[in-house]
Design a protein around this ligand. Structure first.
Ligand SMILES: *Cc1c(COP(=O)(O)O)cnc(C)c1O
Length: 378
C-alpha cells in the first residue's frame, strides 16, 4: 500500500483458496468446476481464476458471456461453462470464445446449432435439466426428446448434463433427494439412446457439504471455495478457511456527549458521554446499510457496535466511555484481529441476508490485495 492509498481493502488469501479447493476435492472425490461468477464472489475474477488454474482445477463456471470473455482475454485456458441462460445472438460469440454453453431448451439448441453451422465450428454444450428449481432448463419429465435432439445434433457436442439444487443448504430438506432422483431419471435417457453418458453435475456448495450422493461426476462449488458457508446457520465438518478479509483504518476520533444523536436520521444517541471512531467505508462500497446500529467491527481486538446509520462512504462505531482507539488503527470488518473474529456469516446475519449477498456486494471501489499464492507442491 502506498502512503496515499485508501486504507480500506479486501485481502484475498490465495493459500486459503488452495486449501479449500483441496478440502472440497477430497470431500467430493470428483473433479471440480470452480464457480467464479460475480467477480469470483467479490474476490476478483481474474486473479482467482488464475490461481485456481495454477492449482490444477479442472474447469471454471461463470454466469454470463461477458465473464467468460473476460477470462479468455486474461489468458485463462481452462474449460469454462457459462451457466446462465443464453440469448440466441450470443451463441456465435460463445463458440468463438471457446466457452461451453448451457442449452436449456430445444429452441436454444437450434439457435446454438445454427450459429455453430454458420461458423463451421462445433459448439460444446451442457444440457440443463430442471428438477425443481423452476429457473431455466427442460423439466426432467420432458427431458427425453430434448436429450435425443441434442445427441443427434451434428453441430453440438454434449459434454455435460446438469441441474441445480434449490435446498442444498438445508440438510433436512427432502427436496434434494427428490431432485437427485429426477435428475438421474433424466440422465437415463442417454442409456436408453445407447450413447455415452456425458458429465453429470448437480452439486453446488451445499450439495458437497450436505449431500455426498449429489456429487456424481463433477461438483460446482462457489461459496465454499471461498471458505464461507451458504447460510448464517449452516454447519460443516469440513475445515474451510475464509479467503476474504475486509479491513480499514480509523479516520477520525471524537467524544460524543450523552444524548447527542449520531449520523443521518439521528436514529441513535449514546446514553452516556462516549468515545467514537469514524471508519471510511460505507454502502457506496457495498458495505450494507442494513448494518446500521446492528453490525460490529474490531478495533484493537475489541468488538465495537456500529452506531447510527451507515453513510455512503463512512460510518461510526462506539468505543464506549473507556474505550481506546486512535487515528489509523486497523479496523477489521470481516476477518480476524487479536484472537477475535467477525465472519462473513456474522455480517450476513446482522444484515438479515445471506453470506453470498455480502461477498458479491463489496464492489470495485475497494482495492483487492492478494496474499500467498505460491504454486502448489505436487
Ligand atoms: C452459482 C451457482 C453455483 C455455485 O453455487 P454455490 O452455492 O455458491 O456453491 C453452482 N451452480 C450453478 C448453476 C450456479 O448458478
Amino acid at each position: 500500500m502506498t502512503d496515499t492509498a485508501r486504507p480500506t481493502r479486501i485481502r484475498v488469501d490465495l493459500d486459503a483458496l488452495t486449501h479449500n479447493l483441496r478440502v472440497l476435492r477430497a470431500a467430493a472425490s470428483v473433479p471440480v468446476m470452480g464457480v467464479v461468477k460475480a467477480n469470483a464472489y467479490g474476490h476478483g475474477l481474474v486473479p482467482v481464476a488464475r490461481h485456481l488454474q495454477a492449482q490444477g482445477i479442472e474447469q471454471l463456471g461463470v454466469a454470463f458471456l461477458e465473464e467468460g470473455v473476460a477470462l479468455r482475454r486474461a489468458g485463462i485456458t481452462l474449460p469454462i461453462l457459462v451457466m446462465g441462460g443464453i440469448f440466441g445472438p450470443q451463441a456465435a460469440e460463445l463458440i468463438r470464445e471457446d466457452l461451453e454453453i448451457t442449452v436449456s431448451s430445444i429452441d436454444k439448441l437450434r439457435q446454438v446449432e445454427a450459429a455453430a453451422e454458420a461458423l463451421g465450428r462445433k459448439a460444446t454444450i451442457h444440457l440443463k435439466i430442471d428438477t425443481g428449481m423452476e429457473r431455466i432448463g427442460v423439466h426432467s419429465y420432458r427431458a427425453g426428446p430434448f436429450i435425443e435432439a441434442a445427441v443427434a445434433s451434428r453441430w453440438c457436442t454434449v459434454k455435460g448434463v446438469y441441474s441445480h439444487l434449490a435446498c442444498s443448504d438445508e440438510p433436512d430438506s427432502p427436496m434434494t433427494a427428490r431432485q437427485l432422483g429426477r435428475f438421474l431419471e433424466a440422465c437415463a435417457h442417454f442409456d436408453r439412446l445407447g450413447v455415452p453418458m456425458p458429465i453429470r453435475h448437480l452439486a453446488n456448495s451445499g450439495g458437497v457439504l450436505n449431500f455426498p450422493d449429489t456429487c456424481l461426476d463433477l461438483v460446482r462449488p462457489g461459496i465454499a471455495l471461498y471458505g464461507v458457508l451458504p447460510d448464517p446457520d449452516s454447519r460443516t465438518a469440513l475445515d474451510l478457511r475464509p479467503v476474504m478479509s475486509l479491513v480499514s483504518q480509523v479516520v477520525y476520533f471524537k467524544v460524543v456527549p450523552a444524548g447527542q444523536p449520531v449520523s443521518y436520521g439521528a436514529t441513535w444517541a449514546p446514553k452516556v458521554d462516549t468515545r467514537m471512531v469514524t471508519i471510511p467505508i460505507g454502502y457506496g462500497d457495498g458495505f450494507p446499510r442494513a448494518l446500521s446500529s446492528r453490525g460490529e467491527v474490531l478495533v484493537r481486538g475489541v468488538r465495537l457496535p456500529i452506531a447510527g446509520r451507515i453513510c455512503m462512504d463512512q460510518f461510526m462505531a462506539d468505543l464506549g466511555p473507556g474505550g481506546t482507539g486512535y487515528n489509523e488503527d486497523e479496523v477489521v470488518l470481516i476477518g480476524h484481529q487479536d484472537g477475535q473474529a467477525i465472519r462473513c456469516e456474522d455480517v450476513a446475519r446482522a444484515a438479515a441476508t445471506i453470506p453470498y449477498e455480502i461477498l458479491v456486494g463489496l464492489n470495485t471501489r475497494i482495492p483487492r490485495e492478494y496474499l500467498g499464492g505460491a504454486p502448489a507442491s505436487a
